[in-house]
Ligand binder design. Structure first.
Ligand code: C2E
Ligand code: CA
Ligand code: CA
Length: 934
């Protein structure tokens, strides 16, 4: 009994204890399960909410910014292009060419008249709009003809006389047509001629107030480089129906504060408008663009309906003249809340909540400063546009709301049913409970892991809980929630891709503008800014072995002055083409004026010299410019990296120094940069100073070089060459100081001394029975000096030498100065009996037709050709000069003969006279006398 009782009490106890333990365990387990489902749910919801909000903000923020950038770039891009057009126009208008334009009969590239032949209009049309016959293509021609504005104005104003220039640029960026018309004082006259145009917006361009403001602004700012541009508010173009902005840049009278005319262009912003209209935010959201006065000019019809505004055609005011204004003010909305939105948009905050018809919307907005505008009331002011995104609130948070709702029901279900289960579990078998418990925990564990996954943005969730119980349902809800988030993110990333593409498009547009800034329009070559950029970039890359050659055309100024700028510009183009056509792997730049830059990828000196020589000779070939043949020489400066500098950006400075140096000491040649070039520049100033002393202290002396009959080797005469024995610097070569003496006009006095002294020397020779001639070099500075002829005749008379024995050597380039004046002087000299010889022939610019009218007796072939006579090109030049002299019946002397082969070649080809080291270096008069005696 006792035993049994004991047994049974233990069994009861055990059963009781076991049951108690099980019940407690179940209750504890239940509580744990309950709280873990709860927290699980709460946590998940929180994560999702944060995630959705963060992403939306970031996404819409980026989106808005990228559209903003696009718009700004577009607007700015057009302005930059217009500035370039303005510069081109100014260049043309200020040019000599334009002054000479016969304004009554303007016909330009398009062969285009205004309405009738009698109305003068110059039309510039960009090349791609012309067909093969240089006629404007059909399509743009139609546009030109429909430019109502010009048709209105020009017929009447052509009667009122022309003072101003109006350039009109129609059809937007892609279809540019420029019209240039003489423009009377439109600002004052227009309203008297066309009173009905008084309130047409386009007339703002010529508003007297605007012109006054411009002139005032210019007066204040002077020559400072400021942008005077103004842009009108968007209007609808009456011809094309597109929304356009009118950009205007004033053109001032040269160096004055008076507005001469304007360059104006209508630019379609259809691209911007449609970009805004295309924006789709969720299934019902949209974007719009508004001016600061509340005028909404870009908005899709769908959005207009939601905001209670009219669509484009309802909002357009038609003008008789064909121009339409789009007026769709946000204050005209049929909803009060939208009317109020206007003042909200102007405020600082970025996000606005808006309620229309019980529906809540979130408005993201961004103000952007777009351009400078002008009205007669406000004067100049910065115009702002406001870009807004309108998104239904429930769409913005839809993912979140939906998830929350579902999760809550699922959780409540789970909790209720969980309690029922717990009650059943207590009654049900322990093993079943334990087994069941195991199952529940495994499902829950999976849910915990899934929550972690979502936190880590992994939405690829497969819980694999197959049971159809609450845990199973909760798992299913989780899965579909994750799936939905995944889809949403996919959509967002697709839209992000569109953004990336947009940004790419924008970059390309920026590059195009970059290109225009770094580009020389006339030659189609990158300019100095581009070179500097290139060098800076290269220095960053740490490239090795680059050489910059700066090429300057010698005496280009004289070509411009002598033949006019048109010829000069044409010549530059020809030179540039020649450089483009030769291929030494160079990169070519057009620097300022007559200078080119050439970057060669080499630092090997012999290779460089070879290339430079070839280019030099190529450039010396004659150029046909219009109906002339011109020849030039060039001076080049060379600097190499890393030979001259370890900073590649220095190359430009160095090569330029070397080029100036070349011009000074070795015109027509090339020099490699060296450090002492800078020192030399200083020496030059010192030398100018010591020239005075040289004259006073008679530091000059004369030497003579025989001129020989190449066949008989008999002497014909001698050429006088000056020497300067500087007390401290020793012998200074004439090439070094003659140019300085010319510059400072000291050559006049020096030349006189040369003449007196050499005639004295010659007299001595004559008296000793040596009847030879004398050649004296005369600088053009001497030649054009007023008293030159009188002084010369005086000196010759006193010397008692017959003028027929005296030859004056004048360089070819002298004739460029003032052709007719020089010709007259030479005629008088010839009458007097002196003969004239053209020195350094072949290096200058003489044209045949011009030469044959001059009173010239001989040509002297430049020594450069003779010294390098083994170069084939030089042989051809020499042959040509010989042929030329024979045809024109000029005598001929070759200088620089150093070898017997050179003498033979010249003789064989018909040149009879020569001088050079082969016969004798220039020597003093005593030595000459001794040589003559032998
Ligand atoms: P230029 O009138 O062309 O004179 C010829 C130059 O060639 C001279 O140089 C002469 O020494 C040099 N020469 C002669 N034969 C040869 C040769 O076979 N090989 C080489 N390599 N050179 C040869 P120079 O004396 O140094 O004079 C240089 C220039 O200075 C002259 O060129 C001339 O333009 C100018 N010049 C010299 N004397 C006077 C002067 O009294 N008045 C003026 N206005 N200019 C002068
Ligand atoms: Ca000479
Ligand atoms: Ca010469």
């Amino acid at each position: 009994m006792k035993k049994i009782g004991f047994k049974s009490s233990i069994s009861i106890k055990i059963t009781f204890m076991t049951l108690t333990a099980i019940v407690v365990a179940i209750i504890v387990l239940g509580a744990i399960m309950y709280s873990s489902v709860r927290t699980l749910n709460d946590n998940t919801l929180e994560i999702i909410e944060d995630e959705v909000l963060d992403l939306s903000h970031e996404y819409y923020g980026n989106y808005i910014e990228s559209i903003e950038e696009n718009i700004k770039n577009y607007i700015e891009g057009v302005n930059k292009e217009l500035l370039i057009l303005k510069q081109l126009t100014e260049e043309f208008i200020y040019s000599e060419e334009f002054e000479n334009v016969d304004i009554e009969n303007l016909i330009f590239s398009g062969d285009w008249y205004q309405n009738e032949d009698s109305e003068s209009t110059a039309v510039f049309v960009q090349g791609y709009l012309l067909d093969n016959d240089n006629k404007i293509k059909e399509e743009p021609l139609k546009l030109l003809q429909s430019t109502k504005f010009l048709n209105h104005v020009l017929p009447s104003f052509s009667d009122n006389g022309f003072e101003k220039i109006q350039v009109y640029f129609q059809g937007g960026k892609e279809r540019a047509i420029v019209r240039m018309a003489p423009w009377s004082n439109i600002g004052e006259n227009v309203f008297s001629v066309y009173p009905e145009l008084n309130d047409v917006p386009i007339w703002d361009t010529f508003n007297p107030g605007l012109i006054e403001d411009w002139e005032h602004k210019k007066q204040i700012n002077g020559e400072e480089n400021i942008d005077y541009g103004r842009v009108t508010a968007p209007v609808q173009d009456g011809v094309t129906g597109e929304i356009v902005l009118t950009y205007t840049q004033p053109i001032f009278e040269k160096n004055q504060n008076k507005v001469k005319g304007v360059v104006s262009t209508d630019v379609s912003i259809e691209e911007i408008v449609s970009e805004i209209e295309k924006v789709k935010l969720g299934s019902n959201g949209f974007a719009f663009l508004m001016q600061s006065n509340g005028n909404v000019f870009a908005l899709a019809d769908r959005g207009a309906e939601i905001l209670g505004l009219g669509n484009v055609s309802d909002s357009t005011i038609n003008r008789d003249e064909g121009y339409s204004i789009l007026e769709r003010y946000i204050s005209q909305s049929e909803y009060y809340s939208v009317k109020e939105l206007y003042s909200e948009i102007l405020k600082e905050n970025r996000e606005i909540t808006l309620e229309i018809n019980g529906e809540r919307y979130i408005v993201f907005k961004e103000p952007m400063k777009i351009y400078r505008s002008w009205t007669s009331n406000d004067g100049f002011f910065d115009e702002y546009w406001y870009l807004s995104f309108v998104i239904p609130e429930k769409e913005l948070y839809s993912v979140y709301f939906k998830t929350e709702e579902e999760a809550m029901t699922q959780m409540n279900d789970a909790i209720t049913k969980l309690s029922v289960y717990m009650a059943m579990i207590i009654i049900t078998l322990i093993l079943a409970i334990i087994a069941y418990n195991t199952k529940i925990t495994s499902g829950l564990r999976k849910l915990v892991i899934a929550t972690d996954d979502i936190r880590n943005k992994n939405y690829e969730i497969n819980l694999n809980v197959r049971s159809s119980d609450e845990i199973g349902q909760l798992a299913n809800a989780f899965e579909s929630m994750a799936n939905e988030i995944k889809l949403n993110f996919q959509k967002m990333s697709e839209q992000n891709e569109i953004l990336v593409r947009e940004i790419d498009k924008r970059k390309k547009r920026e590059q195009k503008i970059d290109y225009l800034e770094n580009f020389d329009v006339a030659t189609n070559l990158p300019n100095k800014a581009a070179l500097i950029n290139y060098l800076n970039e290269s220095s960053k890359d740490g490239k090795s072995g680059e050489t910059l050659v700066v090429i300057g055309i010698d005496e280009f100024r004289k070509i411009n002055e002598g033949y006019g700028y048109v010829i000069g510009d044409e010549l530059i183009k020809k030179v540039s083409n020649r450089l483009k056509n030769s291929d030494y792997g160079q990169i070519l730049f057009k620097l300022k004026g007559d200078e080119f830059g050439l970057v060669l990828k080499s630092e090997n000196f012999s290779e460089l010299i070879d290339i430079i020589q070839k280019i030099r000779l190529e450039l010396m070939e004659p150029y046909q410019v219009k109906d002339r043949y011109l020849t030039i020489t060039t001076s080049m400066g060379v600097s190499s990296f890393p030979y001259d500098t370890d900073n590649i950006s220095d190359l430009y400075k160095f090569a330029l120094t070397a080029m100036s140096h070349t011009k000074e000491v070795n015109k027509g040649g090339y020099e490699f940069y060296s450090k002492d070039m800078n020192i030399r520049a200083r020496n030059r100033l010192e030398m100018i100073a010591s020239l005075d002393q040289a004259i006073a202290e008679s530091e000059f002396s004369l030497v003579y070089q025989p001129i020989v009959d190449l066949e008989s080797e008999k002497w014909e005469g001698v050429e006088t060459l000056i020497r300067w024995n500087h007390p401290s610097q020793g012998l200074i070569r004439p090439d070094e100081f003659i140019p300085l003496a010319e510059e400072t006009k000291k050559i006049i006095e020096i030349g006189k001394w040369v003449l007196i002294k050499s005639l004295e020397d010659l007299k001595r020779l004559h008296d000793s029975g040596f009847w030879i001639d004398l050649s004296v070099n005369v600088s053009v500075v001497q030649l054009v000096e007023k008293s030159f002829i009188d002084d010369l005749m005086d000196i010759v008379k006193k010397s008692k030498i017959p003028p027929q024995c005296i030859h004056l050597e004048v360089t070819e380039s002298s004739f460029i100065e003032d052709k007719n004046a020089v010709k007259e002087i030479l005629n008088r000299l010839k009458e007097y009996g002196l003969s004239i010889l053209i020195d350094d022939f072949g290096t200058g610019y003489s044209s045949l037709s011009y030469l044959k009218d001059l009173p010239i007796s001989k040509l002297k072939i430049d020594k450069g050709f003779v010294i390098d006579l083994d170069v084939k090109e030089n042989q051809e030049i020499v042959n040509t000069i010989i042929g030329l002299s024979q045809n024109l019946k000029f005598g001929l002397i070759a200088e620089g003969i150093e070898t017997k082969e050179q003498r033979q070649y010249l003789l064989d080809h018909g040149c009879k006279l020569g001088q050079g080291y082969y016969y004798s270096k220039p020597v003093d008069i005593e030595t000459i006398e001794e040589m003559l005696k032998k």
